[in-house]
Ligand binder design. Structure first.
Ligand code: CP
Ligand code: NVA
Length: 312
C-alpha cells in the first residue's frame, strides 16, 4: 500500500495510492464528464495505448476502459491470459516488461493481489488495478463521484455497507475514510473486512474526521444511514463456497424493510453485477432510492480522469 509519491512511476493498485488526490481527481472527473456531455473533445491520450489484461470476466470495467480510452483519443487492447503466452507459462514479470515496450499504461484484473504487485513492480508504465481479491479502486472512484453528485459533500454522509467483507468493501473503507465520510461495515461474523485494512481506515479516519466502524446486525447498522451499499455475496473466485455463503448471509438482503430504517433521503448503491433476490431485492434495485446505473456510468468518467492523469 505505498503512496503514489513513493514511486517514480504512478500506479493505482490501492485507493491509498491516490489517498490525498481523490477529491482533486473527482473534480477533474466532473469536468471531463461535463465536456463529454457537451460534445467537447478532450483527447490527452492521442497516439497512446492501454493494454487491458482480464483474468476474470467483466462488463463495466472492460467496456468503460475501452470506450474511455477511445474518447480520450487513445486505443485500448483487450488481452485475455488464454490468448497471451501468460496462459502457456510466460511469467507475469516478463509480460509486464514486454508490454511496457509497447503500451503507455496497463489495466489489470487479477485473481491475486500478489500478481497485481508483481506486474506493477516489473512494468515501467503506469498500472491500474481493475479489481483483484483485495481492492477495486476504480469502482470506488466512480462511487465517490456518484455520492458527490447526489449528496454534494462527504463529511455529513454515513455509508453503511451490508454484505461480504470483500475487495469492494476494502476500497470503500479506505476511500471513504480518506474523503472524511463515515463508513460502517456490516458483515456476518466470519465475513468481516481484512482487519489490517479496517484498522488502516480507522487511522485515516482519525485524521479526516471519518467514523469507521463494524457491525453484524443490518437492522441496527442502517439506522440513519444516508447511503446503503451492497455487493455480491459470492465474488469471482469464491464460487465453491456458494452453499456456505448463502446460509451465512441470510438476513443480509437489502430490501424495502431494511431501507425503511435508514434516512428518508437514503440512496442505495451496488457496484454490479447484482443478484436480485439475494443481496438486493428487485424492488430496491429498481426502486426510487437506487443509483446503481449512475454508478455504472460514472466508471467511464472517473476512469477517464485517472487515465488522463496517469498516462498523459
Ligand atoms: N463493477 C464491476 O467492476 O463490474 P464488472 O465486473 O462488470 O467489470
Ligand atoms: N466483489 C465482486 C465485485 C465484482 C465487480 C467480485 O470480486 O466478484
Amino acid at each position: 500500500m505505498e503512496n503514489m509519491s513513493d514511486n517514480m512511476k504512478k500506479d493505482l493498485i490501492s485507493i491509498l495510492d491516490i489517498q490525498d488526490r481523490i477529491k482533486e481527481l473527482l473534480r477533474i472527473a466532473g469536468e471531463i464528464k461535463k465536456k463529454y456531455k457537451n460534445g467537447e473533445p478532450f483527447t490527452p491520450l492521442e497516439g497512446k495505448s492501454l493494454g487491458m489484461i482480464f483474468e476474470k470476466p467483466s462488463t463495466r470495467t472492460r467496456i468503460s476502459f475501452e470506450v474511455g480510452t477511445t474518447q480520450l483519443g487513445g486505443h485500448a487492447l483487450y488481452l485475455s491470459p488464454k490468448d497471451l503466452q501468460l496462459g502457456r507459462g510466460e511469467t507475469i514479470a516478463d509480460t509486464a516488461k514486454v508490454l511496457s515496450r509497447y503500451v503507455d499504461g496497463i489495466m489489470y484484473r487479477a485473481f491475486k493481489h500478489e500478481m497485481m504487485r508483481e506486474l506493477a513492480d516489473n512494468a515501467t508504465v503506469p498500472v491500474i488495478n481493475g479489481l483483484d481479491d483485495v481492492e477495486h479502486p476504480c469502482q470506488i472512484m466512480a462511487d465517490l463521484l456518484t455520492i458527490r453528485e447526489k449528496k454534494g459533500t462527504f463529511e455529513d454522509q454515513h455509508l453503511v455497507y451490508v454484505g461480504d467483507g470483500n475487495n469492494v468493501l476494502h476500497s470503500l473503507l479506505l476511500g471513504g475514510a480518506a474523503v472524511g465520510m463515515d463508513v460502517t461495515a456490516c458483515t456476518p461474523e466470519g465475513y468481516e473486512a481484512d482487519q489490517k485494512i479496517f484498522q488502516k481506515a480507522v487511522e485515516i479516519g482519525k485524521e479526516t474526521g471519518a467514523q469507521i466502524s463494524q457491525e453484524h446486525k443490518p437492522e441496527d447498522a442502517v439506522k440513519g444511514a444516508t447511503i446503503i451499499y451492497t455487493d455480491v455475496w459470492i465474488s469471482m473466485g469464491d464460487e465453491e463456497e456458494k452453499e456456505r455463503r448463502l446460509k451465512a448471509f441470510e438476513g443480509y438482503e437489502v430490501n424495502d424493510a431494511l431501507v425503511s430504517l435508514a434516512s428518508d433521503e437514503v440512496i442505495v448503491m451496488h457496484c454490479l453485477p447484482a443478484h436480485r433476490g439475494m443481496e438486493i431485492s428487485a424492488s430496491v434495485m429498481d426502486g426510487p432510492n437506487s443509483v446503481v446505473f449512475d454508478q455504472a456510468e460514472n466508471r467511464l468518467h472517473a476512469q477517464k480522469a485517472i487515465m488522463a492523469e496517469m498516462m498523459s
